[in-house]
Structure formats: C-alpha cells, structure tokens
Write a protein of this length. Sequence first.
Length: 190
Amino acid sequence: MSYTPSLKKAYIEQIIPELTRTRGYKNPHEVPRLEKICLNTGIDSEADKNQIADIARDLGLIAGQKPIQKRNKKAIANFKLKPNQIVGCSVTLRGNNMWEFLYRLIAVALPTIRDFRGVPSKFDGQGNYNLGITDFTIFPEITVENVKKTMGLDITFVTTAETDEEGRELLRLLGMPFRRSDAPAAKTAA
C-alpha cells in the first residue's frame, strides 16, 4: 500500500464531492485540481558561488527536491548581468511532494508570519494563483543561524480551473487562508 498525503486524501474524499455538489459538475474530470506548484527565487547579480550554493540548498530544503539554476541569455548592463550568469533557482513540485509542500505552507509556514491576516485573493485570470513571500525563514526547514542573506520566494499554484472563481474555491477548500473581503462602507446620509 502506497503512502497518500493527508491533504490529497481530503481532496479526494471531501473536496471533489463538495465541488461537484456546489458547482454541478457532471463528470469527475471537470472538477478543478492542483496540477503543480512552482517555487522561484532570484539571485543577486553580485552573489558569489557560496551565496548561490546557500540559496540553492535552502530552496532544496524548503521544496524537498533539488532546484535547477536559471541563467540569463543576454548581457544587461543596467543590471550588471553578463551572459550565462546565474540569476535564479526554481523547483516544480508535482505529486506527493506538491501535496506535502502545500500542507506545510498552509499549516506551518503562513501562520508564523507576524500580523498575518491572510493571503491576497487575486488570481491571474485563468484559475492560477501567485503568492509572494518576502522572507523564506518562515519555513521550519530553514535554521536562521545558517542564513547569511534572506531571500524572497515566488510560489505559483497551477490549477486546471478555467475561471478565477473555480480556482479560488478549490484553494479555499484546500485550506488556503485568503483575506476576508472588506465589507462595503456604509452610506452616510447627507
């Protein structure tokens, strides 16, 4: 018997029937699902090999798999970039790694942010969601003593949802803590 992450089990047993009931899907393949999660971070142009190795190591600890290093193709003088210079690291998570990362993000990492009131609920227009984290030390895999320079992290949730509403409802049911929309201001009598 193979291991099934708890969030994936909840998706199969609870969220698919809930979305089918509320949205009226006739085919189970119509129900939106999470395809992949992409993690991306940029690297300073003046970073040395040790900083690049540290950033790649930290991103690998967060993701649970080895990141690939991204290189630029052209020289850009304004940014002090040379051709074939490392400018970032990225990881694409699928399968059980994706479900485990999403669970750690929702249950452990996001609640440790100071004055956390939820994540913005703005989607990209095609059912996918982007989340920016300014400090990656919120993840428990990172020990703050080993961090020489903090980095930001871009997280992209790619779904099969066709609209933003479907994608938002899918991630909300998975446990993503979206901010509550502010109530409209009461009209004052003149």
